[in-house]
Ligand binder design. Structure first.
Ligand SMILES: Cc1ncc(COP(=O)(O)O)c(C=O)c1O
Length: 364
């Protein structure tokens, strides 16, 4: 038996008829303004779904984060607090706009930012906090929001892995400025790169829109660097169809996680425990194991493909050596980065395959 880590084609095949119908609509749009209003249609649908006043379609999750920060007045010399256990793009979005990433540690149970470490790292230069809802696990937003209020900081959620997740009954991405990647690998994904910003602040919304389509001879033109970053209508077509069935896709992924949770029984394996007051979405189903590379090889030999996504915490990467962090600075992040292994969990993975993976894991 061969079990791949992903199979994007399953969902696309299932939704092919609806997707082709939408793409056909886009191919018949005659001018720029029709393309813009088509994308606006998706933005309205997304704002409805995520329960925010506005949504803005962009070309990637990285762009979403950068635009959110620049429109909030963050730039050269400012500091932004974020976890080191994340995809490196979260930190790059900060350095790309000339600001300084300030890393903090995570919690061992659910792998999300530890709110108790935030206040020690706040300085006069701190402008924002970026909690990352990693692997689809909602962060503990309550105390983070309080800190933001107390110190007048912007809350910019990196929700790139948590489309449809909830914290205390409210959609992730609706607490601050929500930034989502809609890359193919995400549960809500196009084909290739795309992203979306969800927000309630009219002022920030207007600024982002101005930067995306700057008028000639304006200040925004320089700020935007005239980098094209509007979501393509073709991506909007695919994402529109997927958004209509996002809850169903998340339900299927949650079922896969439930089956893994009930069948994995090996004392060498630790499971991730999402918060009780939240609904995670299992972008990834992850386990923790001391001998992660041993388990990866063991599963690989019987045809099971797995992924160790963030093997090197961002603060220890060569990219960010200039910040001066060293090994031992964030013990939980460093331990977790050695232990976490993501198992196949794509929509369409059948129960017999999950049972096979669990049988092998239990023999390890
Ligand atoms: C947590 C996180 N942040 C940011 C990004 C960046 O998104 P994109 O690749 O769409 O720029 C990703 C993409 O994988 C991500 O997982």
């Amino acid at each position: 038996m061969r079990i791949p880590f992903y199979d994007y084609s399953i969902i696309n095949r299932k939704l092919k008829k609806e997707i082709l119908k939408e793409i056909n609509l886009v191919l018949n749009l005659a001018d720029n303004s029709s393309h813009e209003s088509y994308v606006r249609g998706l933005e309205n649908k997304a704002a409805d779904y995520f329960n925010t006043k506005f949504a803005i379609g962009v070309d990637s999750g990285t762009t979403a984060l950068q635009l959110a920060m620049v429109a909030s007045g963050i730039g050269e010399g400012d500091e932004v607090i974020l976890p080191s256990y994340t995809y490196i793009s979260t930190a790059l979005s900060v350095s790309n706009i000339g600001a300084k990433p300030v890393f903090i540690d995570i919690k061992e149970e659910d792998l999300t930012i530890n709110p108790t470490s935030i206040e020690n790292t706040i300085s006069k230069k701190t402008k924002a906090i970026i909690p990352v809802h990693i692997h689809g696990n909602p962060c503990d937003i309550g105390p983070i929001l309080e800190i933001c209020k107390k110190y007048n900081l912007e809350l910019i959620e990196d929700a790139s892995q948590a489309h449809g997740a909830e914290y205390k009954g409210k959609k992730i991405g609706s607490f601050g400025i929500g930034c989502f990647s809609l890359h193919t690998s995400k549960t809500l994904g196009g084909v290739g790169n795309a992203g979306i910003i969800t927000l309630n602040d009219r002022g920030v919304y207007d600024k982002i829109k101005k930067m995306m389509v700057p008028g000639n001879n304006t200040k925004e033109l320089l700020l935007s660097k005239r980098t094209p970053c509007i979501m393509d209508a073709i991506q909007a077509a695919i994402i529109k169809v997927k958004l209509s069935c996002l809850d169903g896709l998340n339900k299927k992924k949650n079922k896969i996680a439930e089956l893994y949770n009930s069948l994995i029984a090996n004392e060498k394996i630790k499971k991730i425990v999402p918060r009780k007051d939240s609904c995670p979405v299992y972008r990834d189903y992850c386990i923790r194991v001391d001998n992660r590379e041993g388990l990866r090889r063991f599963l690989g030999r019987v045809g099971i493909e797995t992924k160790a996504r963030y093997k090197l915490p961002v603060h220890l990467t060569e990219t960010f050596t200039y910040l001066g962090y060293k090994r031992g600075d964030f013990p939980v992040t460093e331990k977790i980065s050695r232990e976490v292994l993501c198992l196949p969990s794509f929509v369409g993975l059948t129960d017999d395959k999950i049972e096979f993976v669990c049988e092998k894991i239990n023999k390890f």
